[in-house]
Design a protein around this ligand. Structure first.
Ligand code: DX5
Ligand code: ZN
Length: 240
C-alpha cells in the first residue's frame, strides 16, 4: 500500500555492534526507507561509515536505501554508493561548486537524486536545479551528529520550498531532531518525508521501534498539507 508520509529511520542512532539486527528490526517495525548518514570528518565534524558498510547491510531489507552524503568532495564517491545499493543519493548544496554536475551524475547512474541544505543555506541555492532532483532534504539541525535539538528557524524554509516545488514530483524530507512532538509542524509546513534517528531507536526491540515510528507517522499525518499529496505519491510509487 502506498502511504503519503514516508518515515526514514536514521541508522546513525542504531547500535553499530548489531547493525544487521537493528536494520531488520526497523524493517519489521514499519520503516519506509532506511536513512544512511555518511560523514567524512571534513564536511561535517564527525565520521560515520562509508560504501562498504552500506554494501554489507544492503541484503538485509528490500526497503529503499536513502543515502545522505555529508562529504566533500562528493563527486569521486557517487558511483561507489550507487554500486553499494543506494536507491536515493543526496548531496549537499554546500559540498562543492558543481551541484548541477553532481545531480546529473546521480541520475546517469540510474539513482534518484537528492539535494540537501544546511540550516544557514537559503532555498535560493537550489532554485536552478529543481528539475534535476527527486528529493530535497532540509536539515533541521547542523549536520554531523544525531540527538540534537530541532531548529524552529527551518519551518519557514520548508514552507517556501514546498511552494517552489509546485507540481513537480519531488519529495520534501526533513532531517534532524524530528520527534512525535514536532512531526505535525513539519508536515504542516509541507514536509512529506521524515528522518528520525534517536526518536526511533529508543527502547530495546522492534516492538518499541514500531511504537516510535507509528507515533511520528500519526502526528505527521495529522499535520499534513492535503494538496501536496499527489506529487509525493508519484515519487514514492517510482521508488517501490
Ligand atoms: C545529522 C544526520 C541525521 C541525524 C538524525 O547529521 O543527518 O540523519 O542522524 O538523528 P536525530 O533524529 O537523532 O536528530
Ligand atoms: Zn541524515
Amino acid at each position: 500500500m502506498t502511504r503519503d508520509i514516508v518515515i526514514a529511520p536514521s541508522i546513525l542512532a542504531a547500535n553499530f555492534a548489531k547493525l544487521g539486527e537493528e536494520i531488520a528490526a526497523i524493517d519489521a517495525a514499519g520503516a519506509d526507507w532506511i536513512h544512511c548518514d555518511v560523514m567524512d570528518g571534513h564536511f561535517v565534524p564527525n565520521i560515520s561509515f562509508g560504501a562498504d558498510i552500506i554494501k554489507a547491510i544492503r541484503p538485509i531489507t528490500r526497503k529503499a536505501f536513502d543515502v545522505h552524503l555529508m562529504i566533500a568532495p562528493v563527486d569521486p564517491y557517487i558511483e561507489a554508493f550507487a554500486k553499494a545499493g543506494a536507491d536515493i543519493i543526496t548531496v549537499h548544496a554546500e559540498a562543492g561548486p558543481h551541484l548541477d554536475r553532481s545531480l546529473q551524475a546521480i541520475g546517469a547512474l540510474g539513482k534518484k537524486a537528492g539535494v540537501s541544505l544546511c540550516p544557514a543555506t537559503p532555498e535560493t541555492a537550489i532554485e536552478h536545479v529543481l528539475d534535476r532532483v527527486d528529493l530535497i532534504l532540509v536539515m533541521t539541525v547542523n549536520p554531523g551528529f544525531g540527538g540534537q535539538s530541532f531548529l524552529d528557524s527551518q519551518i519557514g524554509k520548508i514552507r517556501r520550498i514546498r511552494s517552489m516545488i509546485g507540481g513537480r514530483p519531488i519529495r520534501l524530507e526533513v532531517d534532524g531532531g524530528i520527534t512525535r512532538d514536532n512531526a505535525a509542524a513539519v508536515a504542516a509546513a509541507g514536509a512529506d518525508t521524515l528522518v528520525a534517528g534517536s526518536a526511533v531507536f529508543r527502547g530495546n526491540d522492534s516492538a518499541d521501534y514500531a511504537r516510535n515510528i507509528g507515533a511520528i507517522r500519526l502526528a505527521a499525518e495529522a499535520g499534513r498539507v492535503p494538496n501536496s499529496a499527489p506529487p509525493a505519491r508519484a515519487v514514492e510509487t517510482a521508488l517501490r
